[in-house]
Design a protein around this ligand. Structure first.
Ligand code: ADP
Length: 421
């Protein structure tokens, strides 16, 4: 078969079967539902429509009652599995739905669930599934993503939240209208746990306010996703997240030890459940993870289908304020009187404009001045400095929106972006 030749394969899915496939590098795959009913991570396929998946996508098409599926293009693997945890996941959704109904009757807060477990066990996928099932029933749950390694709401190095009012688009994911995003700056909570925990608490406060003012969201509840760091201080930060969001349920994926620890450490009113991992979840190595992070940043500037174009313009150094958050720890004896070592970790540190700032991604803070609590203020977007002009004291920036910058306080992240077409 020639390399360019299109491969077309048809699959017959029995009841409760799943077709799993990965798209080959440099290729795309089109999926079509020929017959029956099927869903991709909880979002229903429309019959006869062609869905396109990009290189590297790992997809599962599940059918509750049977379906016929056509795949065109080059897949790395494509196989049907009858062994899925979907019934268990559906039961988790049903339990949450019962809690929602109860919360409506009793005028109380809806269910809040924290999803925890090591990396690559399908945590994000389970969130998508639960959100899709909830929105298909007319709910509007709040999704909170604390996984700064993947940064699904915006880019890695951030945590974010949004309300889900309709099922995810199979190709593009959820429609994010006005997501709430906070700048953390690093891709692992371990880089600055003090800041991480502070932002988790802040996020929980903002979500509580949102729930107080939107009844539907309040009853629909909150789904909180976390990163894969579950030992030592990572475990402590999970407990901190559970406490901050006052969760009712913690779903532990694929790790009995973590389940036992949480059962031991959490108050009795928090229900801890252990959920199996799907055999379809694909493990990613360090390179795949780092590529996925870079792809997220690229997508921010160029769109998932490479159809957006960022603007390039100059900004004067005098018109912007550039910081990073957190200074290195000083020995206690060197700290000013009354200052705790943690304070250093959440301090704004001014950065000198120079070529060393080039190609770093900077968050644009919503804060108007440093009199505001910049560290705990959400962000509006990101820019990258592509050139520094020493004589003119100006930077060339790459920005999704045209000149001028929407705000002038910029926060450095560890993420880098080289604008190579
Ligand atoms: P985690 O959030 O625990 O790191 P993810 O939910 O991101 O894990 O899953 C890792 C990858 O596995 C994702 O690319 C996802 O699309 C894929 N995946 C999840 N479930 C399945 C499945 N049942 N079949 C095929 N691929 C899957």
């Amino acid at each position: 078969m020639g390399d360019k030749e299109e491969r077309v394969e048809e699959f017959q899915l029995e009841k409760e079967a799943e077709l799993r496939f990965e798209v080959e590098a440099g290729s795309t795959v089109q999926l079509e539902l020929v017959n029956g009913k099927a869903e991709v991570f909880g979002s229903e396929l429309a019959s006869g429509r062609k869905y396109t998946f990009n290189a590297g996508s790992k997809v599962a098409v599940f059918s509750w009652h049977g379906a016929q599926i056509k795949l065109s293009g080059r897949t790395e693997v494509a196989y049907i599995s009858m062994e899925t945890p979907m019934v268990v996941y559906l039961n988790a959704h049903v339990a949450l739905e019962q809690m929602r109904q109860k919360s409506e009757k009793e005028e109380t807060r809806g269910p809040r669930i924290l999803i925890v477990g090591p990396s690559d066990v399908g945590k994000s996928t389970l969130c998508t599934l639960l959100l899709n099932y909830a929105s298909r029933m007319g709910r509007a749950p709040m999704m909170v993503d604390l996984d700064v390694g993947q940064g699904q709401v915006s880019i890695p190095g951030t945590m974010g939240a949004y309300v889900v009012e309709r099922p995810s688009d199979i190709e593009e994911g959820f429609t994010l209208s006005a997501p709430l995003v906070f700048h953390f700056g690093h891709t692992s909570p371990s880089k600055n746990l003090t800041l991480y925990n502070l932002l988790v608490s802040r996020m929980a406060d903002v979500i509580n306010m949102k729930c107080d003012s939107f009844k539907k969201v309040n009853h629909s509840g909150v789904i909180v996703n976390t990163g894969g760091w579950v030992r030592g201080s990572g475990y402590d930060s999970l407990k901190h997240a559970a406490g901050s969001f006052e969760v009712d349920v913690i779903a532990v994926m694929d790790q009995e030890r973590l389940y036992t620890e949480l059962k031991r450490d959490m108050p009795d009113f928090v229900k801890i459940i252990l959920l199996p991992k799907s055999g379809g979840v694909v493990e990613r190595n360090q390179t795949a993870r780092s590529d996925a992070r870079d792809a997220k940043v690229r997508e921010y500037f160029y769109g998932s289908k490479n159809t957006l174009f960022p603007h390039t313009f100059e900004v004067k150094v005098a018109d912007i304020k550039i910081y990073k958050i957190g200074a290195p720890n000083l020995p206690d004896s060197c700290l000013p009187l009354g200052m705790k070592p943690q304070d250093n970790k959440t301090k704004l540190v001014p950065l000198t404009p120079s070529t060393s700032l080039l190609h770093h991604v900077f968050s644009v803070s919503c804060a108007d001045s440093t009199d505001d609590n910049v560290v705990e203020t959400n962000i509006v977007g990101f820019i990258v400095f592509t050139e520094f002009n020493q004589d003119k004291q100006s930077f060339t920036v790459l920005s999704p929106s045209p000149h001028p910058l929407p705000k002038n306080i910029l926060l450095q992240t560890d993420m880098q972006f080289m604008d190579i077409q």
